[in-house]
Design a binder for this molecule. Structure first.
Ligand code: PLP
Length: 631
């Protein structure tokens, strides 16, 4: 458990069973476990191969109820005289099944949805048909037709609040409100002076892309007042940035927002809601080794601080407590998805073993051995704990000289091969000594990484873990089986794209970020499955089609009321034909075009009919096949 830090990032949802498999505890309790390896094997029997995203709907439900409970507790403890509600920002994961589940599970708490663009608004407006009282918050840039739709949705009965992000949007709201004789609910996003923190710090602060300066808000109040619509201003909003790591930044932002709320309320605005935006973090590494991927507070602490700050400002200013709204996306969705993928093979530089006698390595005349090769052998032979750095430097220099000689045509390929074996064997011997040391000399720190294995894995970092590539986000990654067996290899992961950036070489660890992961030796003919956890937020739609690797398969797994689990939904991944059509290929024409060429080859005697048929079958089959390797 500790090797991969499971208890730290797993948050009661993930553990390891006696069989050495990762288990998922969707409702956080050890009584109801799902064996992830069993799920993957079950999918294989249903012809669904990895990579696959496994979504655990019950985790989503549990996250929503945790959020509700955290705020309910904070409200009770702080004697807060109003309620809390969440709106799920669908940009975090717009997949229909995810949004529908969030909406369904959020029903008992009255949670709503947030849209940040016109297409998101279209999705959200249709979904909220059954419960018009559940809030829809509209953030982001809005044009004339967007605002017109929002005003008409108000007439339809939706509790929809356009958040004014810039002054032009106000004019559009007034125009359409007048045209359709609607008294809209209006929100305003405040450009806070308190800066955000972490990677998304620019979402807040005076240089942020969104929101109104206080001067502009005062103008907005004047305009609304002049139009006799100040009572329509119902919500103030801020978004202090996503994945807030430091609770102090949350406190500062909420404190400032609460004061803006109080001032506007005292000016006569019809304010009812204070929307604290997103930012509630997810502890991806669980131990705070990589600050940007972790957080220094809990969900309960966050809720408590938000409620306390707003309550105390309102108490001090003698105004009623507003409904507290949060747009917590990452904290809702991250835990419920797991990306499972298989290793295809591995390579390593740690395979060169040599003997202490040069005769065993070279059978020719010893006098012919070039000086750099002799130097390298000497470096290898004389390694001792005291001479580690010295021998390493000697080996480096000798190799460099050998390569120079090779490039001048003065060293044969055979000696170049011997140089290679001697050099890597020397590095491996030095690395083995280092493993026994308490403090590894700085020059030798990189050896572990250089000599580590590369495990080639069947997935695309760009499609499935884009934040790992784009912003160095850490995700917990580990094997999902053989965990009752000591891993004997250390490796980095390479994906199957033809891009050297498609790799993962930073892993969660107890102290500092690990550059290699403990892995098991691959066994011929046996699958080795790994998984990346906490991938439910932002990864799926941010992913791209690099090398035309498309969406992976997705399955929704649910706990069954009578025990065990069942597959609720299977969404097949993209086929090669689909991704080609995204790139404007006329897929209908591709196969006939290719088939004609095969026919021509048969007529011209370049291929037998059987060969041509085999190639045609392959082409047709693969057009309808998965974009990943299928073993
Ligand atoms: N609300 C707004 C306006 C956002 O821009 C974002 C994302 O950055 C969110 C909510 C969701 O934030 P998080 O996923 O950190 O909760």
């Amino acid at each position: 458990l500790e090797l991969y830090q499971v208890p730290h990032w797993g948050k009661h949802y993930f553990s390891i069973n006696a069989a050495g498999h990762v288990v998922v505890r969707p409702d956080g309790s050890p009584d109801r476990e799902i064996d992830l390896y069993e799920v993957v094997e079950g999918l294989r029997q249903r012809d669904l191969t990895t990579p696959v995203v496994v979504r655990f709907s019950d985790i989503l439900r549990h996250r929503l109820s945790r959020l509700q409970k955290a705020f309910a507790q904070a409200i009770a403890e702080n004697d807060y005289k109003n309620r809390y509600t969440a709106v799920f920002p669908i940009k975090v994961n717009q997949q229909r099944l995810v949004v529908e589940e969030v909406y369904r599970y959020g029903k008992e708490f009255g949670f709503g949805l947030e849209a940040g663009s016109k297409p998101e608004l279209l999705a959200v407006m249709a979904l909220t048909e059954d419960a018009p009282e559940r809030m829809i918050v509209c953030n982001g840039f809005k044009d004339d037709s967007y605002i017109e739709a929002v005003i008409l949705a108000t007439k339809l009965g939706r509790t929809i609040i356009p958040v004014i992000e810039n002054f032009e949007e106000l004019a559009l709201v007034l125009k359409h409100a007048q045209k359709y004789q609607v008294r809209p609910r209006i929100g305003v996003r405040v450009k806070l002076a308190s800066e955000g923190a972490g990677r998304w710090r620019d979402s807040a602060g005076e240089k942020s892309k969104f929101g109104l300066f206080v001067t502009e808000i005062l103008d907005l109040v004047k305009v609304l007042k002049a139009n006799n619509m100040l009572d329509c201003l119902e919500l103030v909003h801020c978004h202090p940035g996503s994945q807030l790591q430091d609770i102090r930044k949350v406190k500062d932002a909420i404190n400032e927002l609460a004061h803006v709320y109080a001032e506007l309320k005292l000016m006569g605005a019809g304010l009812k809601y204070i929307d604290v935006g997103g930012g509630l973090g997810v502890d991806y590494d669980g131990s705070g080794t990589n600050f940007e991927s972790s957080m220094n507070y809990t969900m309960n602490e966050y809720a408590s601080d938000v409620v306390y700050r707003i309550g105390s400002v309102c108490n001090a200013r003698g105004i009623d407590h507003p409904v507290i709204v949060s747009e917590s996306g990452r904290a809702t969705a991250a835990h419920h998805s797991v990306l499972v993928f298989n290793a295809l093979g591995s390579s390593c530089l740690d395979k060169f073993r040599i003997s202490d006698r040069i005769e065993d390595e070279y059978s020719g005349d010893k006098d012919e051995l070039p000086q750099p090769v002799l130097d390298l052998f000497e470096a290898y032979r004389t390694i001792s704990e005291r001479r580690l750095v010295e021998c390493y430097h000697d080996a480096l220099q000798a190799r460099e000289q050998a390569l120079q000689m090779f490039n001048l045509g003065l060293l044969s390929l055979e000696f170049r091969g011997l140089t290679e074996r001697l050099y890597w064997a020397t590095c491996a011997k030095i690395r083995d000594y280092c493993r026994k040391l308490e403090r590894v000399p700085e020059e030798l720190e990189g050896l572990e990484l250089i000599l580590s294995d590369t495990y080639f894995c069947n997935f695309s970092v760009f499609q499935s873990l884009p934040d790992s590539w784009a912003i160095d986000q850490l995700f917990p990654i580990m094997p999902i089986h053989r965990l009752d067996e000591k891993p004997t290899r250390n490796g980095v992961l390479a994906d199957i794209t033809c891009d050297s950036d498609g790799k993962i070489d930073r892993f969660v660890s107890q102290r500092e970020v690990k550059r290699t992961l403990e892995l098991h030796e691959l066994k011929p003919g046996e699958e080795y499955y790994l998984a990346a956890f906490l991938v439910g937020a932002y990864q799926e739609t941010l992913g791209d089609l690099h090398n035309l690797f498309g969406d992976t398969h997705v399955v929704h797994i649910r706990l069954h009321d009578e025990g065990g689990w069942w597959i609720e939904e299977i969404v097949k991944g993209d086929t090669a034909g689909e991704v080609l059509s995204y790139m404007q290929y006329d897929v209908e024409r591709l196969f006939p075009q290719f088939a004609r060429d095969c026919e021509r080859a048969v007529r011209e005697g370049r291929m037998t009919l059987a060969e041509s048929q085999a190639l045609r079958r392959f082409y047709e089959w693969e057009l309808n096949g998965y974009t990943y390797l299928e073993g």
